[in-house]
Design a protein around this ligand. Structure first.
Ligand code: AMP
Length: 395
């Protein structure tokens, strides 16, 4: 990785403003998934152990620029108090009197969490004065929020872009994302396979384009596949198919052929006579008849795709193979998740639905890496520069 991390700077006695992703699910005041909190602990612990004054900041939900108790980070603060006891403090505002006083009183090795950054509309607007006010808490800026690294907000990039934080480095979570996903894209052990699914080709054109240059095999499932199958001249019935993208799908297939890359599409599908779990369903190869829609990949396709995954040395998976929210059409997605969990190669799961599928099926510890960023992971796979990463100091 060519960006500096917290290991590359002397943090002892310094105010380290750490942008973390504590955008956790909260129901009735209870945090229902602690992953984002536990994920930040290695960076926090390192800074604490090395004598930094650790000032954590994050957004939570969409409070639309004003204080709203429902979006307070207080439940996160209560959780962190369990880990750090009296060395952990919580400020009731972001850049106000309480935050200023608590930062001033913070001792080396202590941790302070600021209130929800998005209680200020200036955060998402990347407002210069807001960046300046935040920078008072910052000798060293640390970004460890991969999930928001694709956003140019005040706390994710602006504070550095405006020149208020000359020392800007990555935390361990971002370092891991860049090393594993970046490493796979730049220098994969081959064969390198990408599996893409989900609803729309239009959302993933950039990713398909970028990955075609890098992978040996590109596998396409989910509703996206029907736009490609339509481009091959197959009938797709009433499946989700983007008519205005059929020509483009054809061009992408031509690109694959020119580059000598394999582009695999479903050879059979589970089709239904309605978009419902209890619809009539059957398995067909090739054309999908009128009045029927493809809602999952079929058994032959599952066998073929699984085989490709099992024989790959590097696999990146993003997007479900079917309407996995309905149990009758979840088989394809579950089978691909299983194949990843059994593959011997380097297995990487992009965020979002595929990450949920892997976790819900209990395979989380059987894959190499599950990305913590949905949108950020997609933009990274697309080869786009992420503002929250570009702004960090080069090594
Ligand atoms: P995306 O956000 O683009 O990754 O798409 C995820 C969504 O694609 C999920 O909600 C799936 O239900 C949906 N999806 C996957 N396959 C199909 C399909 N064959 N028909 C309709 N929707 C699908």
């Amino acid at each position: 990785m060519n960006k500096k991390t917290i290991r590359d700077v002397d943090v002892n006695g310094k105010k380290c403003l750490v942008r973390v992703d504590f955008n956790v699910p909260i129901s009735g005041g209870i945090i229902t998934d602690l992953n984002r909190i536990t994920g930040a602990l290695p960076t926090i612990n390192y800074l604490k152990e090395h004598g930094a004054k650790v000032i954590l900041c994050s957004h939570l939900g969409r409070p639309k620029g004003k204080f709203n108790y429902d979006y307070s980070l207080k439940p996160v603060a209560d959780e962190l108090t369990k880990y750090y006891g009296s060395s952990f403090k919580f400020a009731s505002d972001v850049i106000g009197e309480d935050a200023i006083a608590k930062v001033a009183a913070l001792k080396d090795g202590e941790i302070l969490l600021l209130e929800n950054l998005r209680f200020h509309g200036e955060e998402e607007k990347n407002d210069k004065d807001f960046c300046k006010a935040l920078s008072v808490f910052c000798d060293i800026y640390v970004n460890d929020a991969f999930g928001t690294a694709h956003r140019a907000h005040a706390s994710t990039a602006g504070i550095v872009q405006y020149g208020f934080a000359p020392i800007a480095v990555a935390g361990f979570l971002i370092e891991k994302e860049l090393e594993i996903i970046g490493g796979a894209l730049e220098n994969p052990t081959r064969p390198f396979v990408a599996i893409l699914g989900g609803a729309k080709v239009s959302d993933k054109i950039g990713i398909i384009n970028n990955l075609l240059d890098k992978v040996d095999t590109l596998v396409i499932g989910g509703a996206m596949a029907y736009t490609f199958n339509a481009a091959k001249g197959l009938k797709v019935g009433s499946s989700l198919c983007e008519k205005d993208k059929i020509a483009l799908a054809g061009e992408l297939m031509e690109k694959a052929t020119k580059l000598g890359k394999a582009l695999l599409l479903p050879v059979d599908n589970v089709i239904a006579d309605a978009f419902a779990n209890d619809a009539n369903r059957k398995i067909v190869e090739g054309d999908i008849p009128d009045g029927w829609q493809g809602l999952d990949i079929g058994p032959k396709t599952i066998a073929q795709f699984s085989d490709v995954v099992l024989n790959a040395k590097t696999v990146i998976w993003n997007g479900p193979m079917g309407v996995f929210e309905m149990p009758n059409f979840a088989t394809g997605t579950e089978a691909i998740a299983k194949a990843l969990s059994q593959a011997k190669g380097n297995t990487i799961v992009g965020g979002g639905d595929s990450a949920s599928a892997i976790k819900n099926l209990g395979y989380a510890d059987k894959v190499t890496h599950i990305s913590t960023g949905g949108g950020a992971a997609l933009e990274f796979l697309e080869g786009l520069p992420l503002p929250g990463i570009v702004c960090l100091n080069d090594k």
